[in-house]
Design a protein around this ligand. Structure first.
Ligand SMILES: *[C@@H]1O[C@H](CO)[C@@H](O)[C@H](O)[C@H]1NC(C)=O
Ligand SMILES: *[C@@H]1O[C@H](CO)[C@@H](O)[C@H](O)[C@H]1NC(C)=O
Length: 392
């Protein structure tokens, strides 16, 4: 019964998992301090339309066993301030909009958009990420999205996992070198338009012309400053319209493009590692609404890199049945069989839980956890060696 209710709620939700939203977040006060000598891992997440990928963040933090995830200080209206920073037991998510050079008024003077790299403070971004990685506390500016102002800085303490998220995580080479794993959320122009129509036209009453004009106006800067970062990403989640029915504007095809040869990361595969497979699961085992569901696994080139791609086109009816897909995945980085499905079930109300957006986010979250565990183990080994050498 509980499940059918969540599915109804999901179907009713128009917002997507990748759209900014702060709903459902709780304030957090318990943040885990770094253990002695522990080096945080830094995850970079590049995505259009600013910050607040709270669903993805929740998938990541719940994978680490942390259940508290909310705005630093409680957030505006909860005794806190207007912040873009999300914190959980294990992780801190920093929104890179906080490194805007100018406030909104200043950008009117410069005539540049926030997409333009000339409007970002990369020196400060680098100093801050470096300091956090060294276990130091920083005072980070705040870009107030409500008022378009640069507010009083807030204090950020290092946590075991630091996620930097926003428009330009991979532009500066020094910042890139500090990042342990890089993700890029790539929403195709068609899907972006459909989502914008859904939100701005159907919910806010904007005209189609004004929506098209605002998309067109952004495109040159997006192509010049955001898109080129794709080549630096280790894991790209691509969201496209379905291939299963050309008239279907709602169903999505989601692809996880996974770079090969990245340290501490083994791409997830379907059935047979390194193979090429297209799979329509038995409808008795994985039922789906029209236009159906199809998975694929391929080996490709992406900006000159060898990648393997895991793909899910369409939605499924019942999250529990996802275990059938899970049973055919390899390198899912789960701790036990069924954990992927369980993670999806535990966030059943979140957008994307009945299609590939939720699955690929979950798999990316598991890959991040695995990376963290491997790095922690290596660091421990190195520390033991030093200790052994000192006592010898
Ligand atoms: C925006 O600015 C006004 C006027 O200074 C202020 O009262 C308000 O608290 C600000 N809003 C936020 C969310 O910071
Ligand atoms: C698939 O997930 C997205 C969230 O990323 C959601 O908005 C969409 O409604 C889902 N698709 C369908 C057809 O339910």
């Amino acid at each position: 019964m509980k499940l059918s209710i969540s599915i109804v709620a999901l179907a009713a939700a128009t917002a997507s998992a990748f759209m900014p939203s702060n709903s459902g977040l709780r304030a957090s006060s318990l943040q885990m301090a770094l253990k002695d000598g522990e080096v945080p891992i830094v995850i970079g997440l590049a995505a259009d339309s600013g910050c607040g990928k709270s669903t993805f963040m929740r998938r990541v933090t719940s994978t680490f066993g942390g259940d508290q995830c909310g705005p630093l200080g409680g957030g505006f209206g909860n005794g806190g301030w207007e912040t873009n920073t999300l914190v959980s037991d294990m992780a801190t998510v920093i929104c890179l909009d906080d490194y805007h050079l100018n406030d909104r008024t200043g950008r009117k003077v410069s005539g540049l958009t926030a997409l333009n790299t000339a409007e970002q403070r990369f020196d400060l971004m680098f100093e801050h990420v470096k300091a956090l990685k060294e276990g130091k506390t920083i005072m980070k500016p705040i870009y107030n999205h409500v008022n378009g102002t640069l507010d009083e800085p807030e204090k950020i303490e290092p946590t075991p996992v630091i996620i930097i998220e926003g428009l330009h995580p991979f532009v500066d080479e020094r910042v890139r070198d500090l990042i342990d794993f890089s993700l890029y959320l790539d929403i195709s122009p068609e899907v972006k338009l459909n989502w914008k129509i859904q939100r701005d036209m159907e919910e806010r009453g904007h005209s189609l012309e004004s929506i098209m004009a605002s998309i067109e106006a952004r495109k040159p800067d997006f192509d010049a400053f955001i898109e080129p970062q794709k080549k630096f990403a280790d894991y790209i989640i691509e969201v496209l319209p379905t291939d299963l029915d050309p008239n279907d504007k709602k169903t999505l095809k989601v692809r996880a493009i996974q770079k090969k040869g990245v340290q501490d990361f083994n791409p997830t595969y379907l059935f047979d590692e390194g193979s090429t497979i297209s799979w329509v699961p038995s409808a008795d085992k994985l039922s789906s609404p029209a236009p159906g569901i199809k998975l694929a696994y391929t080996q490709e080139q992406y900006f000159g890199n060898d990648v393997s791609v895991l793909e899910m086109d369409g939605n499924f009816d019942n999250i529990q049945e996802l275990v059938y897909v899970e049973s055919n995945l390899g390198n899912a980085n789960s701790k036990f069989y069924g954990e992927v499905t369980q993670a999806m079930l535990s966030l059943a109300d979140s957008p994307g839980s009945n299609n590939g957006t939720g699955l690929m986010q979950t798999l990316a979250a598991f890959a991040i956890r695995e990376l963290y565990n491997k790095k922690a183990a290596t660091a421990k080994l190195a520390a033991n060696k030093v200790a052994a050498a000192a006592s010898a």
